[in-house]
Design a protein around this ligand. Structure first.
Ligand code: ADP
Length: 653
């Protein structure tokens, strides 16, 4: 059965398909969920629930087009659920649309149900096997063939309506007649190819594929006139599209007190009923089972209608179109059709783990006690035990357990943070040692030289002063490094007050304007007139802009333009609340920063400058201060064109 396939590229690992699959036919490998063809029962649930279109059905659109291009054109046979698939148009308009599409005739598949109703009536009277399970839903038949083959004898050995119609057309119509069945589910396609009943339907088009064909040919059924159906006239067979309808049609009571029949609709109920029948705990004559909520809820019916409304549409259509006399005549006319069938035992045995093995698998995801089993369903399985069994069978993976994965991620994250901290600390210590060792070595060398020369034959005053000034320079460099380090490490909260960002920048500019002038740097101020107020520590903020402006000036040794711009911007913050920011751009037309350096800019002691000009603490200090002010900083740069540092600080009013 290969009607559903997986497009692995689209799978996002949400496990919705696992949740929806009644046959446990989804296998997860390396996070991707794939349909296992041998386990699949073609119910189409996974196709319906997959929003990413990772589960797709093999299409018969191509085959239908080929049939339509040939002569004689094929017959379209509409499944009895069609009034629900096209509720907005009248049935006879749909007939016209199908004829326009190129079909030769359009017949109602519901007559197939009328044909088999008689067979079921006879079977119920004569069969010793109880309960008889209806065999009109292919997904139910495949489920029993694959998972409960011991119940195959309970399945009614009567073909489903589609096959009954196929056999009718192949027997009574000209031999070259081709049939396209238009169906609510992909399971009918599996039935078309089934070795026991297949060979009488030439293509199965789903309702959504039919819509696609009509749209491609720009046929709008609602705008068309009405044409009556061809072929035999159905009656109660139409009711078989809804659950309970088949019982009604074959005359079996669904009244619980009569204990004649049980009706199961939807995978969950159907599986429960099959399980109970297997245990011998259901004591009725007949079980009418649908994997969906009747064919009116088949996976290829896109209708938004609720179940009640769908039932009503089918009931009203049945009542309106009923013509028992004509149906009776047609049943007599096609009375000698062979409507019997057989089934195939397709049992797939899967290993079942021992209790100890289940516990072993559970412990791999830290579930050692019953209370560790959260049964949250995030993996697609209802319980942790079910998933453990699936893992044992090679259908699932440990990593599908979200609580386990989240716990492991958290632990890994903590380890990484710790490792990162230790690495940074080591790097910082090495850098500090290096930075301080150089000036201290200088101090030591000159101090020793001085004491040696002083003890000797007299040292000229100028030479002594030059040694002393070198010592002074090295000491002041060391002290500068230590001051910067203290700034960087300072954890004390800033002394906040309302300050004007424009004033802070002016103050910073006054400290470096001399150097800018010397280097032929033009300063352009584009300040927002007023209102650039922020809550900040004036001195710390001044340090931020002094560092940024100094870096900018140093990046333009041959001159250039330094632009300082302030403005207020508004952003949507948490919970959709508007947040205003004072945005300050410090832009230069200097050398720019290569991409590989941008990541490291704010790392302490990262510098590209020569020894006298930088130690690589400026931006680390800037970053620390901005963070303590709950602001943010970003950098844009292009080598050879310039750099812009942008600082955002919360605006205050
Ligand atoms: P320092 O200025 O002591 O090197 P910083 O932390 O202030 O330390 O800057 C680190 C490095 O970032 C500088 O060495 C330089 O390579 C780069 N940098 C910072 N600002 C600019 C800028 N405006 N243009 C080009 N490079 C810059």
């Amino acid at each position: 059965m290969a009607v559903i396939f997986t497009n692995k590229d689209n799978c996002k690992g949400c496990y919705a398909c696992i949740r929806s699959c009644p046959a446990n036919a989804i296998k997860v490998e390396e996070g991707l969920a794939e349909v296992m063809k041998e386990r699949c029962i073609a119910c189409g649930n996974c196709v319906r629930v997959c929003s990413q279109k990772a589960k797709q059905i093999e299409s018969d659109i191509g085959a239908t087009r080929v049939l339509l291009s040939k002569s004689p054109a094929p017959i379209a046979c509409l499944d009895y659920s069609f009034p629900v698939a096209f509720p907005e148009i009248r049935p006879r308009q749909l007939v016209t649309a199908l004829l326009e599409l190129g079909f030769n005739q359009v017949v109602e598949g519901a007559f197939g149900a009328d044909l088999i109703i008689q067979e079921y009536r006879k079977l119920i009277k004569t069969s010793k096997q109880k309960p008889i399970i209806s065999a009109q839903c292919p997904a139910v038949v495949y489920y029993i063939e694959k998972y409960y083959p011991q119940l195959i004898d309970n399945l009614a050995p009567i073909v489903p309506p589609m096959i009954a119609m196929g056999r009718l057309i192949k027997k009574y119509y000209p031999p070259e007649t081709k049939v396209v069945f238009i169906a609510p589910s992909v399971a009918k396609r599996a039935e078309r190819d089934d070795e026991k009943v297949g060979g009488v339907i030439d293509a199965v088009l789903t309702f959504d594929e039919l819509e696609e064909l009509l749209a491609q040919k720009a046929i709008d059924p609602a705008s068309l006139g009405e044409t009556p159906f061809f072929g035999p006239k159905p009656n109660l067979g139409r009711l078989c599209a809804i659950s309970g309808g088949f019982c009604k049609a074959i005359g079996v009571s669904t009244d619980p007190l009569d204990k004649e029949a049980v009706v199961g609709e939807g995978a969950e109920r159907v599986l429960e009923i099959i399980h109970e029948i297997d245990k011998g705990d259901i004591r009725v004559n007949f079980a009418e089972l649908f994997m969906c909520e009747g064919c009116v809820s088949g996976p290829s019916i896109r209708s938004e209608l609720n179940y009640f409304k769908k039932k009503q549409i089918i009931t009203e259509y049945t009542l309106k179109e009923t013509d028992p006399e004509q149906t009776e005549k047609d049943l007599i006319r096609y009375g000698d059709l062979n409507l019997r069938r057989r089934f195939t035992n397709r049992y797939i045995s899967l290993p079942y783990p021992t209790e100890e093995e289940i516990r072993g698998v559970l412990s791999l995801t830290d579930k050692t006690k019953p209370e560790d089993e959260l049964n949250c369903g995030a993996c697609g399985y209802k319980t942790c035990r079910e998933k453990a069994i699936a893992i044992y069978r090679g259908l699932a993976e440990n990593e599908m357990c979200w609580p386990f994965v989240v716990k492991r991620l958290k632990a890994t994250q903590e380890q990484l943070i710790q490792a990162e901290k230790l690495t940074s600390l080591g790097q910082l210590a090495a850098a500090i040692a290096h930075e301080l060792n150089n000036p201290l070595t200088g101090v030591l060398v000159y101090a020793r030289l001085l004491s040696k020369r002083l003890g000797g034959d007299g040292l000229p005053k100028e030479e002594a002063l030059s040694y002393l000034s070198k010592i002074e320079a090295e000491v002041s460099r060391s002290s500068g490094i230590i001051r910067n380090l203290l700034d960087f490490a300072r954890q004390s909260e800033p002394r906040l007050k309302v300050v004007d960002a424009n004033q802070v920048i002016d103050q910073a500019l006054s400290l470096v304007s001399h150097q800018a002038q010397l280097q032929n740097v033009e300063i352009v101020k584009k300040f927002r007139g007023e209102g650039c107020l922020v809550t900040a520590d004036f001195d710390q903020l001044c340090q931020v802009f002094t560092n940024l402006i100094l870096n900018a000036v140093q990046a333009m040794p041959q001159g250039g333009r330094l632009t300082l711009q302030t403005e207020i911007i508004s952003e949507e913050g948490v919970g959709g609340k508007k947040q205003e920011w004072v945005k300050v751009d410090v832009a230069d037309t200097g050398c720019g920063i290569p991409k590989e350096n941008r990541r490291r800019l704010f790392t302490p002691f990262f510098t590209t400058k020569e020894r006298e000009k930088g130690v690589g603490l400026g931006l680390a200090v800037v970053h620390g201060i901005i963070q303590r002010h709950k602001g943010r900083i970003k950098v844009d740069s292009e080598v050879g064109k310039g750099t812009t540092f942008t600082v955002y600080l919360e605006a205050c009013h």
